[in-house]
Design a protein around this ligand. Structure first.
Ligand code: GDP
Ligand code: IMO
Ligand code: MG
Length: 434
């Protein structure tokens, strides 16, 4: 019963979409378990680029079961647009399933996200402004609207009325905003309901059945470990749990269904939005990484902050996710940078040294990375398809990561394209497990 969880080991945008797409070929089902359309997962197929925000990254295989799990927050307008976009490109959506228990991002969540950030001013989180935080807040407050609610207009109207009540004060600047019109909202969401009804399902049994039959099920994470609301750099985090444990809750399976947990990390680090980033580069090298890696957000288009690989943060990700292996993406982006640096410790305020990821915000916010130098390489590596094809310095870089993290590197990305990947035996075996 191979249940495989794929999570981001950094601050998101590690290349999870590409990895999930590759593994999905052999899987029976791909299940998104948290986050919403704050995610942007890119898959490059020859001259075609696909960017998914809500639809799981397995949809490019005809008929593949692709589940939006109960832990995801769904903006029906965005989902509807994503479905239309894929249909226009002749992508088969017959395998798409949406959990009836997933919560909906409503128009007022977008306004509240906007208002919340405006209120914070210079201390803003830099959210994607997709309404993620306010939607999860309503879920916890038991004021959420769920996918199943749009199938009954009367229930929907009652629930929207109840959800709006405690928000009146915060939304007073928007009272005349047509997006808050109760009748219109109910009508719009009921019509989304009609449209999406064929995809709405009781989704946990999809995972149970596939796992019972020993098939591969890929649980697709969004965001990354350091954006986790419990384990990340709070408050500069998202409002869900991108860590592996959340795959169980957000898909409806137990921990015993998970056999493998792979963390995806770039060969360097990036972060979009505000918050601590100890190995950030503020100089021309950071700029060089941004250009070479095309580091601009898939969802918001914002320039991503760039820095050296950080094994202090990655070792933390190994522990909080229980990673069994690591996937390195974008190794090609480091070509030509020599020497390479890797953060192996932090220096905190007053010169205190840290080998482990500090829990205290005052330490973390002031932490600077202590780095070691590793030799770089200058050869083009985009054609490498085996580890042995890589220059020795690149192999040395991967060895250093394996040794520092204590887990194997199972796949290595050497370009954005679907075929620009090195599969190791470990990855081949798992993907052939069905
Ligand atoms: P995700 O959110 O984790 O799925 O990652 P994104 O799609 O937001 O960002 C990753 C970006 O890196 C995308 O533009 C991918 O096409 C690209 N990418 C993924 N793997 C590689 C790789 O190995 N090399 C290069 N150069 N680009 C990659
Ligand atoms: P994928 O799945 C990178 C960041 C935002 C902000 C913080 C909170 O593509 O890796 P939110 O809108 O979630 O309330 O914003 O989280 N963020 C991401 N950064 N990749 C993502 O998703 C992200 N989703 C949210 O930039 O700092
Ligand atoms: Mg992304």
């Amino acid at each position: 019963m191979p249940g495989l969880v794929i999570v981001g080991a950094q601050w998101g945008d590690e290349g999870k979409g590409k990895v999930v797409d590759l593994l999905a070929q052999q899987a029976d089902a791909v299940i998104r378990f948290q986050g919403g359309n704050n995610a942007g997962h890119t898959i490059v197929l020859a001259d075609q680029t696909y960017k998914f925000h809500l639809i799981p990254s397995g949809i490019l295989y005809r008929g593949k079961l692709c589940v939006i799990g109960n832990g995801v927050v769904v903006d029906l307008r965005v989902l509807s647009g994503e479905i239309d976009g894929l249909r226009r490109r002749d992508i088969d959506l017959s395998g798409l399933r949406i959990s009836a228990n997933a919560h909906l991002i409503m128009p007022y969540h977008l306004l509240l996200d906007e208002a919340g950030e405006a209120k914070l001013g210079g201390r803003e989180i830099g959210t994607t402004r997709r309404g993620i935080g306010p939607c999860y807040a309503d879920k916890a407050a038991r004021l959420g609207i769920r996918v199943q609610d749009v199938l009954d207009e009367k229930i929907l109207k009652q629930k929207i009325t109840a959800a709006l009540e405690p928000k009146r004060l915060t939304l007073r600047d928007y009272v005349k905003d047509p997006r808050l019109d109760l009748r219109q909202m109910t009508e719009d969401y009921t019509s989304f309901g009609h449209r999406l009804e064929p995809y709405i399902a009781d989704t946990p049994p999809i995972a149970w059945n596939a796992l019972d039959e020993g098939r591969l099920v890929v649980f697709e994470g969004a965001q990354g470990t350091l954006l986790d609301i419990d384990h990340g750099t709070y408050p500069f985090v998202t409002s869900s749990n991108p860590v592996a444990g959340a795959a169980c809750v957000g898909a409806g399976v137990g921990p015993s269904s998970i056999d493998h947990v792979w963390g995806v990390t770039k060969a360097y680090s990036t972060r979009v939005g505000a918050g601590p980033f100890p190995s950030e580069l503020h100089d021309g090298l950071g700029e060089q990484l941004r250009e070479a890696g095309a580091e601009f957000g898939t969802t918001t288009g914002r320039a991503r902050r760039c820095g050296w690989l950080d094994v202090v943060a990655l070792r933390y990700a190994v522990r909080v996710n229980g990673l069994t292996a690591v996937v390195i993406t974008k190794l090609d982006v480091l070509t030509g940078i020599d020497p390479l640096r890797v953060a192996v410790g932090y220096v905190g305020p007053e010169g205190a040294r840290f080998k482990d990821f500090p829990y205290h915000q005052s330490v973390l916010h002031a932490a600077r990375a202590e780095t070691v130098d590793l030799p770089g390489w200058h050869e083009d590596i985009s054609q490498a398809r085996e580890i042995s094809h890589l220059p020795s310095a690149a192999r040395g870089y991967l060895d250093f990561i394996e040794e520092s993290l204590g887990i194997p590197v199972v796949m290595v990305g050497v370009g954005p394209g679907r075929d620009e990947i090195i599969w190791t035996d470990g990855a081949r075996q798992l993907s052939a497990a069905r």
